[in-house]
Ligand binder design. Structure first.
Ligand SMILES: Nc1ncnc2c1ncn2[C@@H]1O[C@H](COP(=O)(O)OP(=O)(O)OP(=O)(O)O)[C@@H](O)[C@H]1O
Ligand SMILES: [Mg+2]
Length: 362
């Protein structure tokens, strides 16, 4: 017996060039069977190009893409066990909802019976919560409903891999959240591998079990959502995923102390020796706690509240820290007493756990 490969999708040193543009540069990637992977990165970093190479719509300039352990070089899209929901999904406007979904099944050879095609199309529509909409015309559906028709069309012939290119980008926040939950449920029900492309970091973190952060054609970090957030591999990831305060600093000889430009010394909280020299410090806004200034001193950051912005369940503060400039601080309003919320103009002390400070060589 041959053991089934553990990876559904694999990139081996894949590079894709369009003329002089290198869209994807020497990528190695392994997506386990049944995983939900998000490709996250800024516009133009190569996300769609990666997806198109999995789908067979583009061929790598160098390297190999494997699906289910098989090399895909030269294998056309319709011979791959993959379906793709495109960034600009194209439904057939002259077909009704069911005909759109059934389209792929009608192309199947050997031919399927009409009754089976209809039953499977309806089942796919049920899965995206569109049962009862079979006979609607596409232009009579809302954007979010059309998006779900595109999804139903992609899952109807049970691909082993589903490629989703910004599938929820057009939806409002509420519908997007609802669809995110539906997509996750769908993925678990179907047990198939999902590769989701998004430039929305919240979407990537909340939906996937593995996030692949890309920048300029390369993968900069591939890790669990929580690790991408808590242990960013570099300054780009720290900046791109979530908000972060950046401070220029110097790692002093020995590597245990950070000297900030205003003279403040911080313990690095790291037992791993940092290389002495110029560095950049990254600190999440929610890792900082604000307390009203007391007379206690020491190695503290002190500043003046300049702005307070309410964001519903959280409040964001802009603090002008003495000698360091503007800091962003987030306070969870559920855990902070109303009387503890500081006001613009107040002097405050910024406290934080040194273990939450990330140090990157400059
Ligand atoms: N057919 C093409 N010909 C030439 N250059 C291309 C082509 N397709 C993509 N590119 C370039 O390759 C790079 C990566 O493009 P890609 O579409 O993969 O980006 P993306 O990460 O999906 O961006 P977005 O978030 O804007 O959709 C970009 O610089 C883009 O201009
Ligand atoms: Mg794209």
């Amino acid at each position: 017996m041959i053991a089934a490969p553990a990876n559904d999708i694999e990139f081996r040193s894949v590079t894709k060039r369009y003329g002089s543009v290198t869209a994807v540069s020497d990528i190695n990637l392994a997506v386990p069977k049944g995983a939900f992977v998000a490709l996250l990165g800024p516009s133009g970093c190569g996300k769609t190009t990666c997806l198109r190479m999995i789908g067979g719509f583009e061929q790598p300039s160098e390297g190999t893409v494997l699906i289910d352990g098989r090399e895909m070089n030269g294998v056309p899209p319709y011979r791959r066990p993959v379906n793709m929901v495109f960034q600009h999904y194209a439904l057939f406007p002259h077909f009704d909802v069911e005909q759109n979904v059934a389209y792929g099944l009608k192309q199947a050879r050997p031919k399927l019976a009409a009754s089976e095609i209809s039953a499977r199309a309806r089942q796919a529509l049920e899965m995206v919560r569109l049962g009862g909409y079979e006979k609607r015309r596409i232009h009579e559906m809302s954007g979010g409903q059309q998006q779900r028709v595109a999804l139903a069309r992609a899952i109807v012939n049970k691909p082993s891999v589903l490629l989703l290119d910004e599938p929820l980008a057009a939806l409002d926040k509420k519908l997007r959240t609802a669809m995110q939950i539906e997509l996750q449920t769908l993925q678990r029900e179907l047990g198939i591998t999902f590769v989701l492309v998004t430039h929305d970091q919240e979407e990537a973190l909340s939906m996937s079990d593995m996030v692949c952060v890309m920048n300029a054609g390369r993968i900069v970090q591939m890790a669990k959502p929580q690790d991408v957030y808590d242990k960013p591999a570099d300054l780009f990831v720290a900046d791109f995923v979530g908000k972060t305060n950046r401070i220029a600093a110097t790692v002093e000889a020995g590597g245990a102390t950070l000297r900030l430009p205003n003279g403040t010394a911080l313990a690095t909280g790291s037992t791993i020796g940092l290389r002495p020299g110029a560095a950049t410090v990254a600190l999440r806004p929610e890792a900082i706690e604000l307390v009203r200034q007391t007379n206690g001193s020491g190695s503290q950051l002190i500043g003046t509240v300049t702005h307070r912005i309410f964001l519903g369940s959280t409040a964001e503060y802009q603090i002008n820290v003495d000698g360091l400039g503007d800091f962003l601080v987030t306070a969870d309003r559920r855990s902070v007493q109303e009387s503890d919320l500081v006001e613009p103009g107040e002097r405050v002390v910024l406290t934080f756990d040194p273990g939450k400070v990330h140090v990157f060589p400059a």
